[in-house]
Design a protein around this ligand. Structure first.
Ligand SMILES: [Zn+2]
Length: 842
């Protein structure tokens, strides 16, 4: 045994020495020294391929393509002996976790995953990845050959190539000939949108658990084939900051284990040792917490690894050289050295703790399987939910390797927590209900997604404090403390099979239950088929239909040139919705199909304003919604050209969160002439300042009332003085904020925009509400000051009671809709799709 090890060691040494002589460094390969230029992503991929081609220590693997067609790939680095057994080690990891069936062959070694550049403009990441790879294959660092004997290192050089290359393209095209550290230089001030995000301007470091974007979907699918024990995510913060490494700040999510806490400390010490030697400044336990589950540190930690965030001072504005306030120059070379140091510390500390990493990884999953910490042991998803929401949920569970099945105990009653009504109650299990058990490998994630009350050990979080899935997906669901039995049969996503009827069919009807029917409308528009919808509930041939149900009548489509029946049923099958047929337009209750209360729908041209002043995240989420969810054409218009008479070509204008004060007159003119504006979050201020609007009048009235109330209660409250102390400033500011809490919204369910949502809906609340409109529609409003879950400060709560979330008013010939909070937050607030779809299609 010893002999074999020695032989392997000698082999690695020989290979390493040979390679350092023959393998090109990144600088030799690229033609410029690392840190003197930003590299396009394809060149880094070429370098990775080159290294894999020449070194027996490396395997190159592609795992996908970005929206813009760039390659996503990693290099896997270890000894040739380990690489020969890679498949065995990979499977052993999964078998031990209980995520794969099979025979455990006896050896696990830690997988250490190093992921760079998830934020495009934090471009030091990919440059460092090349240096890390080169160092590992040439053994040009103390201890490397030992590390590789006992560990597998996976290097993902660039998780977000589209954002990265947008940054590099802009930087290269604006840079001076000689490096220019002047912070005012063009090269340090890139335009809209920030290249931090991906093609759809979505933040991939908020997307790990939701996996709304293809970059995340493909990365997680690949990651899930290995399930590493360590995951490091390399970022940058502002150019005046030093360096951040673990331990992470509080709050920590309470599913994290004592070992994960301990290893954060060990990793911190390991980094500090190396940084101290280089006299580099750094900080720990501040700013970057471990609460929200969708980051590159938290999500891996909830999947059995220990996850780390590293933050180098620098980022988009820093460029190749940047003069700091202290007059020091922060160079790209210095930033590379920072991330390289922490990369090597990560591998070293993981190597030193390799046995514990494996045993704790095994324990993590074993605890999930046998002894789940979640106070609820069974989650029931009602089978009566809208199918499109259930299918979305199943997809989310699949992508996170969470197991589910049909619930047993049909007809039996259980005590439960009822999410929809947000209180304890009882539930009777029905046939078709879905069971998600806490007893499973991914138990920690089940807890994360379904815990109705997150426990915060500090309210000062970097991000939102609630995300509970039944609210985000608008699902009737119940949490039960008992372990429930499962039923046989595999839960499958719905696959409808509507067949074209004969030519005597008067109309096809789609009962409106959710987003599927809205997709159906968009699909029929594409085929130029005319559609009506019901403003009232309808009963016909013994069947009842909800408000908003879709009628596709033969009589409306006599000029349609194709096969009407086939086109309609095909579209329904594509959207996975069920159609009914009827031979009459005479209803038993409600309004007949030819009534003005069953109006024709009209396809409208939609534009979203973008550019300076607009939140790129908010505009991007909408762009994604139209193109990838609703499949409805949309035009993004740069606000720079909006002053010209371009808006006349559109009927609906969407204002994502942002400041449009420069375009106020143009936008108001658009509404007055008959346009529909949907103003979301801060975009509402475009109208709140116009004295003649119902919104401005409502605000004025509310302010007058508050002044009277304030006069009555004015007194000197000395207990507040402590709160005002300087060191409490950050915390005191929170009293006015909601850190992403969830509120219950009451709906006017007779209003077409609210169709399909029920009488109540839940919103991710981050902005204060507006008072009720006297003249206009109050479509969705909050009556209670307490959120259902998540953190909201006391001042915020007072301001939220009795306010609208969705309202609309007529201005001139047109209409404005106000939505105080993003209804489709970060693309994972699935329930908001119905609201957005209704507003555009009805
Ligand atoms: Zn970042």
């Amino acid at each position: 045994m010893k002999k074999t090890l020695l032989a392997a060691f000698a082999f690695v040494m020989i290979i390493s020495t040979l390679q350092s002589q023959t393998i090109k460094s990144p600088g030799e390969f690229l033609g410029y020294e690392l840190g003197t230029q930003f590299t396009f992503q394809y060149k880094a991929i070429e370098y990775f391929k080159y290294i894999a081609g020449i070194s027996p220590l490396v395997q190159y693997r592609e795992y996908g393509k970005t929206y813009e067609g760039r390659t996503l790939a990693v290099c896997i680095v270890s000894t040739p002996e380990n690489l020969a057994k890679l498949e065995e080690y990979r499977k052993n990891n999964l078998i031990k976790a209980g995520l794969m069936k099979g025979e455990f062959t006896g050896r696990q070694i830690p997988f250490i995953w190093m992921a760079y550049n998830v934020h495009g403009n934090e471009a030091v990441g990919m440059e460092t990845a090349m240096k890390t790879l080169y160092t590992l294959v040439t053994g040009a660092y103390p201890g490397v050959s030992d590390y590789l004997k006992e560990c597998v290192v996976v290097i993902d050089p660039c998780q977000n190539p589209d954002g990265h290359d947008l940054y590099v393209e802009r930087y290269r095209s604006s840079m001076n000939l000689a490096e220019n550290p002047d912070k005012n230089a063009w090269e340090h001030n890139q335009g809209w949108p920030p290249a931090r995000t991906n093609h759809y301007m979505i933040d991939l470091n908020r997307d790990w658990v939701w996996q709304t974007q293809i970059e995340t979907q493909q990365r997680v699918a690949f990651y899930s084939q290995f399930m590493p024990q360590v995951h490091s995510d390399f970022h940058e913060m502002g150019p005046e900051s030093t360096y951040f490494f673990s331990p992470a700040a509080i709050p920590w999510n309470n599913v994290l284990t004592p070992w994960q806490h301990e290893f954060h400390k060990l990793m911190g010490k390991g980094n500090a040792e190396l940084f101290d030697k280089k006299f580099r400044l750094y900080f720990t336990r501040e700013s970057f917490d471990l609460f929200y589950p969708s980051y590159g540190d938290t999500w891996p930690s909830m999947n059995g690894a220990v996850g780390f965030t590293y933050e180098q001072g620098g980022g988009g504005p820093a460029g190749i050289a940047f003069q700091q306030e202290s007059s020091d120059t922060l160079t790209l070379k210095k930033r590379i050295e920072g991330h390289f140091t922490s990369s090597m510390a990560t591998i070293k500390v993981s190597y030193e703790n390799r046995e514990k990493l494996i045993s704790e990884y095994d324990k993590f999953f074993e605890d999930g399987n046998k002894n789940p910490q979640f106070r609820y042991k069974s989650i029931i998803i009602s089978g009566a939910n809208d199918r499109s929401n259930v299918d979305e949920l199943l997809q989310l569970l699949d992508r996170n390797q969470i197991q589910y099945c049909y619930a047993g105990n049909t007809g039996k009653k259980f005590k439960c927590f009822d999410y929809y009504n947000h209180k304890n109650g009882e539930v009777t299990i029905e046939k078709g209900d879905i069971l998600i058990s806490a007893y499973q490998p991914q138990s920690h994630l089940v807890q994360i997604l379904f815990e109705p009350e997150n426990k915060l050990n500090d309210s000062l979080s970097y991000d939102i404090t609630s995300w509970c899935v039944p609210y985000a997906y608008n699902l009737k669901a119940f949490a039960i403390s008992e372990k429930l039995a499962s039923d046989t049969g595999k839960v499958e996503k719905q696959k409808t099979d509507n067949k074209p009827g004969d030519k005597s069919i008067y109309a096809y009807i789609a009962d409106f239950t959710g987003f599927g029917e809205l997709k159906f409308v968009a699909a029929l528009y594409k085929k130029s088929i005319k559609i009506r919808y019901t403003l009232y509930p309808v009963t016909l041939e013994g069947k009842s239909y909800n408000r908003g149900s879709i009628i596709v009548a033969r009589g409306d489509n006599t000029n349609f040139s194709g096969d009407f029946d086939k086109t309609v049923t095909n579209a329904a099958n594509e959207c996975n919705i069920n159609l009914s047929e009827t031979n009459t337009g005479l209803v038993e209750s409600g309004k007949d199909f030819g009534s003005e209360y069953s109006p024709l729908l009209k396809k409208r041209a939609v534009a979203i304003l973008c550019g300076d002043g607009t939140s790129s995240l908010a505009a991007g989420a909408l762009w994604y919604f139209f193109e990838r969810e609703l499949n409805y054409p949309v035009t993004l218009i740069n606000s720079e050209i909006t002053k010209k008479p371009v808006l006349k070509n559109y009927e609906i204008l969407i204002l994502a969160s942002g400041n449009y004060s420069k375009l106020k007159d143009t936008i108001v003119d658009f509404v007055k002439k008959g346009g529909k504006v949907i103003a979301i979050e801060s975009a509402i201020s475009t109208f709140s300042g116009i004295k003649t609007t119902a919104l401005a009048k409502a605000i004025e009235m509310r302010m007058a009332e508050e002044k009277v109330a304030e006069k009555k209660t004015k007194s000197t409250d000395t207990s507040m003085l402590k709160k005002f102390q300087y060191e409490n400033e950050g915390r005191y500011k929170l009293s006015d904020k909601s850190e992403g809490s969830i509120y219950k919204v009451k709906l006017d369910d007779t209003h077409p925009y609210a169709f399909g949502l029920g009488k109540e809906w839940y919103v991710m609340k981050r902005s204060a509400g507006y008072p009720f409109l006297d003249k206009g529609s109050n479509i969705g409003y909050i009556l209670d000051k307490e959120p259902v879950t998540g953190f909201a400060g006391y001042k915020f709560k007072n301001k939220t009671e009795n306010t609208i979330v969705i309202g609309s008013e007529a201005i001139g010939e047109g209409q404005v809709i106000y939505i105080t909070d993003d209804p489709y937050f970060r693309n994972f607030w699935i329930s908001g799709r119905v609201l957005l779809g209704n507003m555009v299609l009805r």
